[in-house]
Ligand binder design. Sequence first.
Ligand SMILES: [Zn+2]
Length: 282
Amino acid sequence: MKIIRTIILYAALGLSLVVLWHTTLRSPCSKTIAYDIGEFDSRFNISREEFLVIVADAEKPWEKKAGNDIFVYKPGARFKINIIWSQEQERLYKGTNIEKNLDTQQSSINSLQTRYQSAVSSYEKSKQNYENKLAKYEQEVSYWNERGGAPEPEFNQLQRDAENLDKQAQTINSQLEKVNTLAEQNNQKVENYNDNVSEFNDLFVEGDEFDAGNTDGTEINIYSYDGLQELETLLVHEFGHVLGIDHVDDPASVMYYLLNEQNQDGILQDADISALAETCRL
Ligand SMILES: [Zn+2]
């Protein structure tokens, strides 16, 4: 099963205001922006310490290019980086759980199907064996019937053969029951699996865009991310906005308005670097 990748929309709230302010004053890359962690929702699977490490990593691409230590973590600083719980994140975690369940269900279905196959093949073997014996028995019966009946020893033998055939038929019936039970169990499991797949697909609708993060130049809000690499990319993007950089057109660039498969590693592209050079008048 393939996950439908969600497209994440970055917002640039108040960006024009920030750009205007920066262009009339000195280069944003020549000053220091001290930040602190503000709202920190514990429902995200990350500790404050881990988060700070990722924030520090996200500063670096810009700082390296600008040749200046622009962003500095400083407890109590006015600029806040917030990590705020959102429906999207809830949906993402729900999706991850469903995926885990699907994996478990898949292996349970696989092992059930193996058991089903082996039950079917023993049933078929027994049935074949029974049919052969039955044919032989019937042949023998008609042989003696044509001769007006069997002598006592043969008659007794045929009686015992008939009893054995009955017993065998019972065994085959219970084998068939087992096959049917396994088939029912399998169908039930497949049905549950398919329900979960639908639930998963309903969670992620293709083309669904939402705000994964944004900034107004005085704080950064992070609302949703799928994995730590995505969080880092998101922060690189928002730091870019804080510097006054607007969105660029190249889908592979970090400053593209959407987080996608081309820019999710958070590596600055030519378009990002040019935008930085222009904004910071490097
Ligand atoms: Zn943006």
